[in-house]
Write a new protein. Structure first.
Length: 723
């Protein structure tokens, strides 16, 4: 009888699966030094991407497909990479075993340590400095862990990744499986990064009924959070929330009783008639507390010589003349630990920032500057403008996508002295709170933004609220300095901002082309062809639209512009995904943060290559995208992380600038159009702006009531803490 082989391998993808029989053809990668890929056949259910499995079976040779591994049994493998094993052995399952002992175990037994201990517990005698008590703890823990109460085995079966499993185990310890079986919805409250959908999926596997009180409680908590995310408000009134929930839930459910219970457990916070999800409440309080006591650590600086003399020297060095307001901004920065610099395009923010950084490096040559922005494109632009390395805030804080937590935090803070944050209007309360928690060693903070742009996607209006508190030095720039190419755009933006825009006069930089919605596409194509004739490339031109649907919507314009700017050709490969066709050389937009690939929501790239499944070793269609030198590969579900970018939303464009912006303004978009949205779109244009559509719609939008005024209490808290 042929001996069975055991392979430890990572599941990559399914080539074929029969729902009726379970017969599956799947691609795996050996979990060893060679990391060779191979095809396995057998009965498989619920294989999870990137999970390590132990496959038992034998190799067979197929006449057409070559060598395959015929699998007779499989199970999820326990952690066996160094980092996971160290966390495993030093975790709550093994009291008294720390990271140093865990490393010692791995030094002797290697990455197959768990299996070796299961097969022969006496192997622990080979590990030096390991006493009888620790050997007993290890033996008992490993053997007990092999059963159904093993969190790794149990939770990986439910589709959770190793990082999340370790995080859950850290929260619940040896009672992990028992607690989850009792109430999986507690995960929503106890573990960062787990939402209602994940908990509900686990509960479904455990046969929890939809009407179970635990599920109703979690559903209500999730709805409060989602309502805050949708509106941008940091709180909702109790009556409004009750009314909203009663419309969603069965009439026999007493919503107020559940809300009272969540308030008692501090999952929700009640202040007067305001109902907060605890994350938003903690964010507002945390920001206010930090700013009230900033800086936490006073580091004495050498006395700066007469700052005006230094500015005079910089004027001669840079061949520039700073006016009084700009000098005041530079002086304020060096006199105050915390400062806000606001202003629209062309008002001299960049000139001031360059001077501040140059002088700071001169005065404090031993200190460290950290520059960041909310998006990848904004960070790149900040780097180019200041000649200083800048990163996204998520990257700076080492955001962990799987657990939705930040690895740089109050326990492991940013190691720097000066923190500069650009495009601050895009920063929401929760992100700023986490950035401040990681800033305990920072002694000076500079916020840069434009308070008239759109607010953050997430809840809060942080820049607005800090300015409204009147507690911090603020330099607001209004005077326009840029008089070269693009100054017409700046003048229009200024007039919109100051509510003095009464007409749009066509000039070299700005034009308004009146037309019906049905003619929008033809006019946009004509404008782009003219730009091409003048030497502009497709990367220089960006069409912006506030909505996805309609004749002037994002979806329609992307389809039209792709056909014009990147038509089908024999030498260009293409791939149909749903109703979209991706084609080599397509301009594409990143829709989700992918910190592991250093690309973020809003980044724009170009499809460099399309690889078809029959050419790929993993038998998967792949799209390779070039984001200004950062090459990212998309396959399977990840392809949904990109879309066409010939036309994008105004929200997605925030933090970016383009030489030419074309923006339709039509009646169909009236509900979305308002002053902040138009102002944000206008200020994306660096050289030329072409508005198309109905001028009356444009001016009505400028005077429409702002529908995005957000309910927050950050200003109130800042004032209270600083009184």
């Amino acid at each position: 009888m042929e001996d069975k082989i055991k392979l430890h391998a990572k599941y990559l993808l399914t080539i074929f699966h029969s729902e009726e029989t379970g017969f599956t053809v799947a691609k795996f990668r050996l979990y060893d030094g060679e990391e060779k890929e191979f095809t396995a056949i057998g009965i498989f259910y619920d294989l999870q991407p990137d999970v390590i499995y132990t496959l038992t079976g034998s190799y067979v040779e197929h006449s057409k497909y070559g060598m395959q591994f015929k699998t007779e049994a499989y199970e999820k493998m326990k952690p066996n990479d160094t980092d996971s094993l160290i966390r495993y052995f030093s975790g709550p399952l093994f009291p008294g075993i720390g990271k140093q002992t865990a490393r010692l175990i791995l030094d002797v037994l290697g990455e197959q340590a768990i299996y070796k201990i299961v097969e022969d517990p006496d192997i622990l005698l080979t590990i030096p400095k390991l006493n009888d008590k620790k050997r007993a703890v290890l033996t008992e823990g490993v053997l007990a862990d092999g059963q159904e109460n093993d969190p790794v085995h149990y939770l990986s079966k439910l589709g959770l990744g190793m990082k999340m499993i370790m995080k859950i185990e850290a929260a619940y310890g040896k009672d992990t499986v028992e607690k989850i079986k009792e109430n999986p919805f507690l995960l929503v409250e106890d573990v960062d990064g787990i939402g209602f959908k994940t908990a509900d999926k686990i509960a479904s596997n455990l046969n929890f009924e939809e009407s179970h009180p635990y599920r109703i409680r979690a559903l209500i908590l999730a709805n409060v959070k989602e309502s805050s995310m949708a509106s941008g408000d940091s709180y909702l009134t109790m009556d409004k929330m009750v009314h909203r929930l009663e419309k969603k839930l069965s009439k026999d459910i007493c919503v107020r009783d559940y809300l009272d219970e969540l308030i008692r457990d501090r999952q929700l916070i009640m202040e007067e008639d305001r109902l907060y999800h605890h994350t938003q409440y903690d964010a507002e309080r945390g920001i206010a507390q930090f700013l009230a006591s900033f800086p936490y650590i006073e580091i004495p600086h050498d006395e700066i010589a007469d700052i005006d003399d230094e500015i005079d020297k910089m004027e001669r060095e840079f061949a520039i003349k700073y006016e009084a307001k700009q000098r005041a901004a530079i002086r304020c920065f060096f006199e105050e630990p915390f400062m806000i610099l606001t202003g629209g395009p062309g008002t001299g923010k960049t000139t001031i920032i360059k001077a501040i950084i140059a002088l700071y490096k001169k005065f404090y040559c031993d200190e460290t500057i950290v520059c960041c922005a909310p998006t990848g494109r904004a960070a790149k632009r900040l780097s180019e403008l200041t000649e200083t390395t800048a990163s996204t805030i998520h990257s700076l804080l080492h955001w962990d996508l799987e657990t939705n937590t930040f690895l740089i935090n109050d326990k492991d803070p940013i190691q720097a002295d000066l923190l500069i944050i650009d495009e601050f209007s895009m920063v929401d309360a929760w992100l700023f709170y986490n950035l401040l928690k990681a800033s305990k060693t920072i002694t000076k903070i500079l916020l840069i933004g434009d308070e008239d742009q759109l607010p953050s996607v997430g809840p809060g209006a942080v820049l607005r609220d800090i300015i409204a508190s009147l507690q911090f030095p603020i330099v607001s720039l209004h005077k326009i300095f840029r008089q070269n190419e693009g100054s017409g755009v700046i003048t229009l933006a200024h007039d919109v901002r100051e509510n003095i825009c009464v007409d749009i006069v066509d000039n070299e930089d700005v034009a308004f082309l009146a037309c019906e919605s049905t003619d929008i596409r033809d006019h946009i194509m004509s404008i782009i062809l003219t730009a091409f004739d003048r030497g502009y490339a497709d990367r220089d031109i960006q069409v912006l639209s506030p909505m996805y649907h309609g004749a002037a919507g994002i979806d329609t314009l992307n389809s039209t512009l792709q056909k014009m700017m990147n038509p089908p050709a024999e030498y260009r490969r293409e791939l149909r995904i749903g109703y979209r066709i991706f084609r080599e050389n397509d301009k594409v937009l990143q829709l989700k943060n992918q910190p592991e690939d250093d690309v973020y929501n809003g980044d724009i790239g170009k499809i460099a290559e399309i690889v078809y499944a029959d050419e790929d070793i993993s038998h998967m269609n792949k799209i390779i995208v070039d984001f200004d030198g950062i090459i990212v590969e998309y396959g399977g579900e990840q392809i949904s992380h990109i879309t066409h970018a010939y036309c994008i939303s105004i929200h997605k464009s925030q933090g970016s600038e383009y030489p030419i912006v074309i923006m339709p303004v039509v009646k169909e978009h009236s509900y979305m159009l308002q002053k902040r949205l138009l102002y944000t779109g206008i200020t994306r244009a660096k050289q030329s702006l072409i508005l198309i559509g109905d001028k009356d719609v444009f001016f009505r939008a400028l005077h429409a009531e702002d529908r995005t005024v957000r309910n927050t209490t950050l200003t109130k808290r800042i004032v209270e803490y600083l009184e």
